[in-house]
Design a protein around this ligand. Sequence first.
Ligand code: ZN
Length: 333
Amino acid sequence: MTSHVLVGVDLGGTNLRAAVVDLDGGGRVLAEERAPVGDRTPEAVADLVQTLVERVADGAALRGVGIGFAGMLRGWTGVVANAPNFGWRDVDFRGLLRARLGPSVELYNDLNAIAFGETCFGAARGARDVLCVFVGTGIGAGIVTDGKLTIGASHLAGEFGHMKVVPGGRLCGCGARGCIEAYASGRNLATRARQDLATGKASFGSRRDNPADAVREVSLAVQIAGGAERVHAGHLDEAVRAGDAYACALWGEVAPLLGLAIANAVTLLNPSRVVLGGGVWEGAPRLRELVLAAYQEAVNGPSAEAAVIVATALGDTAGVLGAAALIAAGVIS
Ligand SMILES: [Zn+2]
């Protein structure tokens, strides 16, 4: 073990991963520790990060600890402005971590870390201008411009999930209406489908005046999932492939909106590589096809010619490698 180690941490809503990494030679994880996030109070999560980082470092001094965190940060203060997965508002999380691990701890948005990881070591390696969009429990993005992470004036560049696609539309977890996340994120798709299918009443305006029709039309997704309360995006996608009316109508509404949002981002940013991933994206092949068709319809033609669309390459290693690479590159939070 070297005397000074670089540690990358991926702190998502449910799992924590800490890894000692070697950024030379394509990026490698040398040692890693994982744990589920149980108690979500800031102090308990900071304690858990400390435990895992110390365990993975195995007595070596810390050269730096870069943390990719699933939440919105407040400028360069190390304060978490809003983390719906944890129920935090205005928490000085970097302060809690530095009190435990020393001054060389930096906090990054998790999608920024993933995008930087994929750019340095994964699907966008060699590209200078990259857009990385993840459609999972939530929706987020990271942007790399001329080889550098675009962080923004107050650490909020890449908040793709909260771009509006329907003025005055569905309510989002951020408190606003009409965000793409309110339509296409895994959490919102599941919530909406469960509500619709439990009541037999679809929320996209298909008229069902006769309750008997609603019963007869219960979506195949319910059967596939083993109950309306268990339906998620993967079940809906399977139902679409079997021609189910409810699931097809839902995908028919959601896919064009997500395709439009990706197209507008590509038109705005002119990336050479577009990395698409996340649990919903990877688990819903028919949705992917529909979104990519909508993207082609909506994107500016010459922008699309430059933008090669690729799948993620690093899986859940992207976050730890990216967070460590950001701190090694001197990007401070
Ligand atoms: Zn929102």
